[in-house]
Design a protein around this ligand. Structure first.
Ligand code: PEP
Ligand code: MN
Length: 341
């Protein structure tokens, strides 16, 4: 850690920092510049850095405390330089591979899900998505069919061969979802549900970890570290838009954040242009932009009849529009030298 003193810090302030470090048994190194003094703390264990930093910030004259080592270890590029390839069934994400996950927002009926599954398979998708436990802003909205939906998804996998991705909204769902699905999705609203993160880590099956609506990249990576710390490094991060002042789109797709996150972590990162934009007309352009920017895959909502969908109807693609999207994705992947699937 480096403690940066402000330009008006006195010798007594500097001494107070040194004493605080001494008290905890840490060494120090002082460099006095023309403008300001920097104090390097030596030997602070990673687990204590945050608490120590908070404490140092209360000392007058301390402007900032900077941790040198990343607060997320296992998922960081310091730990592993090469981008990981994570598999959901046979679909590969990362390390030069990108896969497309497609399907309805939610499983409504067997007929609707099978129709969607057949359509996305025919168009070249690599995984099927569909919500069984829906995180809804209103308690009166459709909450998902639960285990019945999981059975429908498993039937769709049996017929199409597509591996299945679905959300576990609660610790109580993890075991059940793991029994039916090929990957567990952790939704944006649950990114900092630490018990859920730990139990998906323990479950050992691939995890898609969505970025929280108002989470920083660092918080997102720390959330991934919770899963990794349980011994499960089969994690795919998903940028799904963050909340900003802008209302013309449902959220703001943070592509720069996605790229910045990729510089920090070896985990693959996909994007969800459906939830990020909230409008079907924006899904294709953002898919292409995201893959061009280095995304390792895309998750797209596709419904056989978006006008009749129980949720997120405006953002879901028709099968025909998904087919068009896949054609463009194929052209882009060829130009980028990106292997699909
Ligand atoms: C979803 O993908 O079904 C979903 C609810 O997304 P998010 O958690 O990103 O809102
Ligand atoms: Mn949705």
């Amino acid at each position: 850690m480096i403690i940066i003193m402000d330009s008006k810090a006195t010798d007594a302030d500097i001494q107070a920092v040194i004493s605080a470090l001494d008290e905890r048994g840490y060494g120090h190194h002082v460099s006095r510049g023309v403008e300001r003094t920097l104090i390097g703390a030596i030997g602070t264990p990673d687990g204590e850095k945050q608490a120590m930093s908070d404490r140092l910030m209360t000392i007058p004259g301390v402007e900032r405390v900077v941790a040198i080592l990343r607060p997320y270890k296992l998922v960081s590029r310091e730990h592993q330089e090469e981008t990981s390839t994570v598999y959901i069934g046979t679909a590969a994400f990362g390390g030069g591979h990108a896969s497309i996950i497609a399907g309805p927002c939610t499983v409504e009926t067997e007929k609707q899900t099978l129709e969607a599954a057949r359509a996305v398979k025919a168009a070249g998708a690599h995984c099927l998505r569909g919500g069984a436990f829906k995180p809804r802003t209103s308690p009166y909205d459709f909450q998902g069919l639960g285990e019945d939906a999981l059975k429908i998804l498993a039937a769709a996998r049996d017929e199409t061969g597509l591996p299945v991705v679905t959300e576990a909204r609660d610790v109580r769902h993890v075991e059940l979802v793991a029994r039916y699905a090929d990957a567990i999705q952790l939704g944006a609203r649950n990114m900092q549900n630490y018990d859920l993160l730990k139990s998906t880590g323990e479950a050992g099956i691939p995890v898609i970890l969505k970025r929280g609506l108002s989470a920083t990249v660092e918080e997102w990576l720390k959330a991934a570290e919770y899963v990794a710390a349980e011994g499960n490094l089969n994690i795919i991060l998903c940028e799904r838009g963050i909340r900003t002042f802008e209302t013309i789109t449902r959220f703001t797709l943070d592509l720069a954040g996605m790229v910045a996150a990729k510089q920090e972590t070896h985990l693959p990162i996909i994007l969800d242009p459906s939830h990020a934009t909230g409008h079907h007309s924006l899904v294709q352009p953002m898919t292409l932009a995201g893959l061009a920017a280095g995304g390792d895959g895309v998750m797209v909502e596709v419904h056989p009849h978006p006008d009749r969908a129980l949720c997120d109807s405006i953002q879901q693609l028709t099968p025909r529009n998904f087919e068009k999207l896949m054609e463009r994705v194929g052209q882009l992947a060829a130009a980028l030298g990106l292997q699909l699937g």
